[in-house]
Design a protein around this ligand. Structure first.
Ligand SMILES: [Zn+2]
Length: 167
């Protein structure tokens, strides 16, 4: 890494520490030519293997783009997309592998997307799981309904009714 001040090629590490829970290392360097200091970050690259066999580095931005497409016309804020992508990154990084197939990334998207917006989830799942019939959608919707029934938010609503609270 060239010195950002003098473009010198030689530097020595004066300090290094782990950041982002050990996913990256931050190094403080001193340029051998001009003596000025700068910081570099060394990050573990998580590779995603596409169906075609091509490998590319995991990209949070790519997750955002894919989900944004599924969210078109839905009341989903940009912030929520960023948060979802962050969550997906944490999930796939926590797998502790250097390389993972792209469908694992899709899988990590489905859970949080379902929480975020059910319509966007159905759109995304239909592509990801390559639904081929109306029955596939019906089954997915049945699963959504079942999950909704089991959701703790339903219990909360019942509690507030019991207390006689008005919204
Ligand atoms: Zn320098």
């Amino acid at each position: 890494m060239r010195c950002p001040f003098c473009r010198g090629e030689d530097s020595r590490v004066v300090d290094s520490r782990e950041v982002e829970e050990g996913q990256a290392i931050r190094r403080r360097r001193s340029c051998s030519a001009c003596g000025r200091r700068f910081t570099t970050i060394e990050e573990l690259v998580l590779s995603v293997v596409k169906r075609s066999g091509v490998t590319e580095p995991f990209s949070r931005e790519k997750v955002v783009r894919g989900v944004r497409r599924a969210c078109q016309g839905r009341p989903v804020e940009e912030d929520a997309l960023q948060q979802l992508a962050h969550q997906v990154e944490e999930t796939v990084r926590s797998l502790g592998v250097a390389e993972l197939p792209s469908h694992e990334v899709g899988l990590a998207i489905l859970g949080p997307l379902r929480e975020l917006d059910e319509v966007a989830y159905l759109r995304f799942a239909s592509v990801y799981r390559s639904y081929s019939s109306v029955e596939d959608f019906e089954k997915e919707i049945a699963d959504l309904r079942a999950a909704r029934r089991g959701a703790p938010s339903g219990d909360d609503e019942r509690t507030s009714e019991d207390n006689g609270e008005q919204p």
